[in-house]
Ligand binder design. Structure first.
Ligand code: NAP
Length: 282
C-alpha cells in the first residue's frame, strides 16, 4: 500500500507560518482582509464559502462577504470590484465561479487589481505564473498541489511529471509551477493519444481532468507519486471520489493523495496565505 499524502498536515504547516505573519501585521495595525463575491446560492459556492470562513477565522484573516442576487448585472459587479480595488482595508478579492452565463466572466476577473488577485485569475497573474517569475499569485488549487509536494519533500527537479487537464484554474498553472521547479512536464488533455502510456511513463502524476475515477490501474506503475485534484460525489458509493480510481492506484504507486482529505483540504490555507502576503506587500 502506498504512502497517503494527507492534506491536513501540509495545511497545518502553511497555517503556522500564516498565523505568525498575521500577528506581525496586526502589530502594525493591519488586519488582512479578503472580499468574497458570490452571485446566487449555488451549493458548491456556499460550501466553499463556509470553508473559507472557517479557515480564515482560525487564522485571524477577516472576510467581507458580498452576496449578490442571481439577477445582478455585469456593471454592478464591475462597480463593486472597482470599489474593492480602491478600498485600502481589502487586500484580496475572490470571485466564486462560474458566474451566471449572462455575465462576461473574463471581463469580471480582469477587473480585479492584480495586487489583490489572490486566486490568480487576471492576465497579469497568469503571465507571472507562466513566465515563472514568482510574482503575483497562482490559482489556489494549483498552489495547493505544490504545497503538498513541498511538505512531503517530494523532489520535482529533473522528474518526469504529467499533468492531466489543461484548464486555466488547475492544469496549466500546475504545469507552469512544476516547470519553474525544473520538472520535465507533459500536459495532457482530452485529445491526448495513449493517455495511460504517457501517465505510466511519468514519476509525478497530477490528475485534474474532472472525470470520476477515470484514471485506472493501467495508468500506474510502482515508484510514482499521484496527486488527485478531482472531486466528485459518487451516488452509488455515497461518497466523494477523485479523478483516480483510488484503491487500484494506491495498491501500485508509492504515494497518493486521498479524496477527500488531500489537495482540497489545502486550498483555503493557500488562499488565506495569499491574502496575508498581499497585505504584507501593502
Ligand atoms: P475542467 O475545466 O473541466 O478541465 C478539465 C480538463 O481535463 C480539460 O483540459 C480537459 O481537456 C481534460 N480532460 C477531460 N477529459 C479528459 C480525458 N478523458 N482525458 C484527458 N484529459 C481530459 O476542470 P477543472 O476546473 O480543471 O477541474 C478539474 C477537477 O478538479 C474537477 O474534478 C474539479 O471538481 C476539481 N477541482 C478541485 C479543487 C480542489 O480544491 N481540490 C478545486 C477546483 C476543482 P480539454 O481541454 O481537451 O477539454
Amino acid at each position: 500500500m502506498s504512502v497517503l499524502l494527507q492534506g491536513k498536515p501540509a495545511a497545518a504547516a502553511l497555517d503556522m507560518d500564516t498565523i505568525r505573519r498575521v500577528n506581525e501585521l496586526k502589530a502594525r495595525g493591519i488586519l488582512p482582509t479578503l472580499a468574497v463575491l458570490r452571485v446566487g446560492e449555488r451549493q458548491d459556492d456556499l460550501s466553499y464559502e463556509r470553508s473559507i470562513l472557517r479557515r480564515a477565522e482560525t487564522l485571524g484573516v477577516a472576510v467581507k462577504k458580498h452576496a449578490l442576487p442571481p439577477t445582478v448585472g455585469e456593471e454592478a459587479i464591475l462597480s463593486l470590484i472597482r470599489d474593492l480595488n480602491e478600498d485600502p482595508s481589502v487586500h484580496g478579492i475572490l470571485i466564486m465561479r462560474p458566474l451566471p452565463a449572462s455575465i462576461d466572466e473574463a471581463a469580471v476577473c480582469e477587473a480585479i487589481a492584480p495586487e489583490k488577485d489572490v486566486d490568480g485569475v487576471t492576465r497579469a497573474s497568469m503571465a507571472a505564473v507562466y513566465a515563472g517569475r514568482g510574482e503575483g499569485f497562482a490559482p489556489c488549487t494549483a498552489e495547493a498541489c505544490m504545497a503538498i509536494l513541498d511538505y512531503y519533500g517530494i523532489v520535482q527537479s529533473g522528474k518526469r511529471a504529467v499533468v492531466v487537464g489543461r484548464s486555466l484554474v488547475i492544469g496549466r498553472p500546475v504545469a507552469a509551477l512544476l516547470t519553474a521547479r525544473d520538472a520535465t512536464v507533459t500536459l495532457c488533455h482530452s485529445r491526448t493519444a495513449e493517455l495511460a502510456r504517457v501517465i505510466r511513463g511519468s514519476e509525478l502524476v497530477i490528475a485534474a481532468l474532472g472525470r470520476a475515477e477515470y484514471l485506472q490501474k493501467e495508468c500506474f506503475t510502482p515508484g510514482q507519486t499521484v496527486l488527485d485534484v478531482g472531486i466528485h460525489f459518487n451516488e452509488e458509493k455515497q461518497k466523494l471520489v477523485g479523478d483516480v480510481a483510488f484503491e487500484e492506484a494506491a495498491s501500485i504507486v508509492d504515494a497518493i493523495t486521498p479524496v477527500p482529505g488531500g489537495v482540497g483540504s489545502v486550498t483555503t490555507s493557500v488562499l488565506c496565505r495569499h491574502v496575508v502576503l498581499a497585505a504584507e506587500r501593502g
